[in-house]
Design a protein around this ligand. Structure first.
Ligand code: COA
Length: 774
């Protein structure tokens, strides 16, 4: 039997829910983890410091809770009985608890929940985030309901329950509000959780893209050094905020006052760009934390990409950044750009500043990023923002996708990827973002040597290419095979509408390129349809008798600007055409500009006549005139050098449009999977032989445990035995592997501990003194 559940289920894996970091509604971060016995003192300090009202809401009393109660909250050896999560934030070099949430087993399927948040952190979404984590862990440990009792006037807590998106039932009992929440994820819970994540992530990244002030730490006196170039790029590209160079040995650089350290700055700073040697980075980050800097770009190399020592240093860096509620791009990165004229932020060490436009780019390679920025102007596509993510130790592509999903300046997203930190999260986020904005990705490291190189470049871990293909396919991501294709898709999709269908008209002045183009269309599952009688008649009335009026429409070598104009206009408005490819091969160089004009006026006429939603792509083959741009007052027509390229772009765009039109779908959720048996099979195999492939018998047993239909049979060591009694053999195989099948009986609702719908027995803790108000 199957159920369905929403496609987008929050994907915290085992371990991530118990420990990690949270992004608060204001974009700052905090650490979360399970409480330990050693936390008793800090927890007591935290609860004692709560305001009387917060204490009353949490403990139903304004007096400080007893040390025994605090000790019991820190005893987390049996999550079926009790679990407490702590949220911490560092200040003055110490971790402080800023929120605590616990659940306690109340009945077999019900856990009681209680949460308290530091009064200064109210309103930042911490209660909801804690509830979400506790709910997830409660589900994992077999609970189906969360229950809480709170004062009826505790509207904030009641709101937290309602905001979760779970089904909540409230009942007023003896003046207090009892709330019961059914822990079955629904489309609403998932959607709300995603929205919360997106809002918080976007807020956390805003200081990177729209900082009011930037400090450059390591702004060198030597103009050839990276720190000096970073400062130079900010100044040269007219950053609209304030710039603070930091250098211990200089008083002025490039006309700006220099400060010896972050401690000496007169005003707060939103973002710091760090280019000091790697052994000085932690100290500098500490100074930034003390000045409440929100965003760090760490250019410095020498971390996880070099050796285990560097990896350990990077781990300490990430820990430090998260403890202090900051966010970090890098380390080992090239920086970040926001080309919006109201910001003009070039936080890289190159002065290439791209034209402002609709394409956002994330690159795991700094040098490649530099090449993309340089190419943008030449290839006539504008960039909204660019981020070189480097080792992506904190800010990841997944975070950036969420930012760009919300960013009104971004319409197309380009990714250069060497590895995925969290492919499951990428799949979930990219699938959602792709529904609104096309994502074009190039993934390197396909070959063994390429993947080895990626490992030492940005500490990327190898991923199998077939898996990457499947991941992109599922998430609606267009995969570019080469950089050239990446640029071709970016130019095409950022400047023209998506094709409403696969029917392509081709207009040309030479037969050969048109044939190549038509072949490429068909190879890409596009259709080059015969034209309707109405279109053919119209073309015949305006073109010379030697012109070919079938699709491709060949205007022959003597084509005039006027003939291009009329043919384009006619084809664009034809009902049987979804997109147009214009090919031009120069015969006499002197004609080029006039032909370009004819093409553009033809497009404008077609648009004016109503063909607004049909893309037009061009191939311009004119020796010495390669980089011609075709631009009307309203649009840029992507211009490629070879006739196959526009066909390939339209083919990928059409597939993307079809993917986007598919219903979002539901994931089937089977309730007859025997997960304990599947786990047992794998564990036994690993215990016996270490990691590697399962044997045929084990695979058969595994498939049977998942109730996937398999043909009856088994493994015979010899041909004679194969024709002998297969049944007997199967039995002996099963004895040898020690595996038995234990399909649950009908109506048996027990599930494995991993299942979100686990129904195991539980001890009732009704009457336990620990269960008190929320
Ligand atoms: N606070 C403030 N300034 C400091 C400092 C600190 N704690 N420590 C050093 N500085 C200053 C230095 O005084 C120097 O300024 P000066 O030249 O005026 O004396 C400046 O910072 C740079 O320090 P320096 O020791 O000269 O380093 P460097 O410029 O040779 O190298 C990096 C620094 C970051 C560029 C280098 O460590 C590095 O990582 N390079 C590779 C970067 C890279 O490739 N990134 C990936 C790109 S895709």
């Amino acid at each position: 039997m199957t159920r369905t559940r929403p496609m987008y289920v929050a994907s915290l894996t085992e371990g991530e829910a118990e420990a990690g970091y949270l992004i608060l509604r204001d974009g700052t971060t905090a650490l979360i983890r399970v409480a330990q016995l050693s936390d008793q003192w800090a927890l007591q300090v935290f609860v004692n410091g709560l305001s009387p009202e917060s204490k009353r809401h949490r403990f139903f009393s304004e007096t400080n809770p007893s040390p025994e109660l605090i000790a019991s909250l820190c005893e987390n050896s049996d999550p079926r009985s009790l679990l407490t999560l702590l949220v911490t934030r560092a200040w003055k070099d110490e971790q402080h608890i800023i929120a605590v949430g616990s659940y306690f087993a109340k009945e077999e399927n019900t856990a009681e929940i209680a949460i308290a948040v530091d009064d200064t952190f109210h309103g930042k979404g911490l209660g909801t985030l804690l509830l979400e984590r506790l709910a997830l862990l409660a589900i994992r440990h077999g609970f189906v309901h969360l229950w809480a009792v709170t004062h009826a006037d505790n509207l904030a807590m009641r709101e937290v329950f309602k905001e979760s998106g779970f089904d909540v039932h409230e009942a007023l009992e003896n003046g207090d509000m009892e709330m019961d929440m059914l822990l079955v994820p629904t489309e609403t819970t998932v959607t709300r959780s995603e929205i919360r994540e997106r809002i918080a992530t976007t807020a956390s990244l805003r200081p990177f893209f729209r900082p009011r002030s930037v400090a450059v730490i390591g702004a060198s006196r030597d103009p050839s050094k990276i720190g000096a170039k970073l400062l130079g790029a900010l100044i040269a590209n007219n950053f609209k905020g304030t710039i603070y160079p930091i250098n211990r040995h200089a008083s002025h650089l490039r006309g700006l006052r220099v400060y010896p350290s972050m401690r000496d700055l007169p005003h707060p700073v939103d973002m710091a760009i760090i280019a000091v040697p790697c052994d000085a980075v932690l100290g500098v980050v500490d100074e930034c934390a003390n000045r409440n800097v929100r965003a760090l770009i760490i250019i410095t190399a020498g971390f996880a990409e070099v050796n285990p020592k560097g990896r350990a240093l990077q781990e300490r860096l990430v820990q430090q950044v998260r403890e202090h509620g900051m966010r970090m791009v890098g380390p080992n990165c090239f920086g970040l750009v926001n080309a919006d004229p109201v910001v003009c932020l070039n936080a890289t060490f190159s002065t290439h500043f791209p034209p402002f436009g609709r394409v956002a780019i994330s690159s795991q390679s700094g040098a490649l990023g530099l090449a993309i920025l340089a190419a943008a102007r030449r290839l006539h596509f504008g960039i909204s923002t660019f981020v070189s993510v480097g080792n992506k130790a904190d800010v990841s592509v997944n975070d950036l996708l969420q930012y760009w999903e919300e960013d009104p300046s971004t319409e197309v997203i380009l990714l250069y990827v060497e590895s995925f930190g969290n492919p499951r999260r990428f799949a979930r986020i990219a699938r959602r973002v792709s529904r609104g904005k096309p994502i074009i990705a190039i993934k390197s490291g396909r070959s063994p040597s390429g993947s080895r190189a990626a490992g030492s470049h940005t500490a990327a871990l190898a991923q199998r290419d077939v898996v990457v293909d499947a991941l992109f396919h599922q998430a609606g991501v267009m995969r570019a095979e080469t950089l050239e294709e990446l640029f071709a898709l970016a130019t095409g999709l950022s400047s023209q509408p998506l094709p409403p269908g696969r029917r392509i008209a081709i207009v040309t002045n030479s037969g050969g390129p048109a044939i190549l183009c038509a072949d490429a269309c068909e190879a890409g599952a596009l259709v080059v349809p015969a034209l309707s009688e109405q279109t053919t008649t119209r073309l015949a009335s305006i073109l010379p008798s030697a012109a070919a009026l079938k699709n491709p429409v060949d205007l022959i070598a003597s084509a005039t600007p006027q003939q291009y104009h009329q043919a384009i206009h006619t084809l664009l408005v034809a009902d049987e055409v979804d997109a147009l490819i214009v090919l031009y091969t120069s015969v006499t160089m002197s004609d080029n500009s006039a032909i370009a004009e004819g093409i553009l006026t033809g497009i404008t006429a077609g648009r004016t006549a109503g063909a607004k939603g049909k893309p037009v792509l061009a191939c311009w083959m004119a020796e010495g005139d390669h980089d011609r741009s075709l631009m009307t007052n309203h649009e840029t027509v992507p211009t490629y050098r070879f006739p196959e390229t526009p066909a390939n772009v339209l083919s990928k765009a059409a597939s993307y449009v079809e993917w986007r039109a598919q219903p979002i779908g539901m994931v089937a959720d089977f309730d007859d999977l025997n997960l304990p048996l599947a786990r047992e099979i794998c564990e036994k195999a690993v215990a016996r032989r270490g990691s590697g492939w399962l044997t045929t018998e084990e695979i058969r047993a595994l498939l049977a445990a998942m109730h996937l239909p398999i043909l009856p049979g088994g493994v015979a060591p010899t041909a004679d035995e194969a024709v002998g009694d297969g049944r007997m053999h199967r039995i002996s195989c099963r004895r040898k592997t020690g595996l038995t099948s234990s399909r649950p009986q009908n109506g048996d609702r027990r599930r494995s501990p991993e299942s979100p719908y686990c129904w195991r027995g539980s001890r009732s803790l009704r009457g336990d003194p620990r269960t008190s108000g929320a």
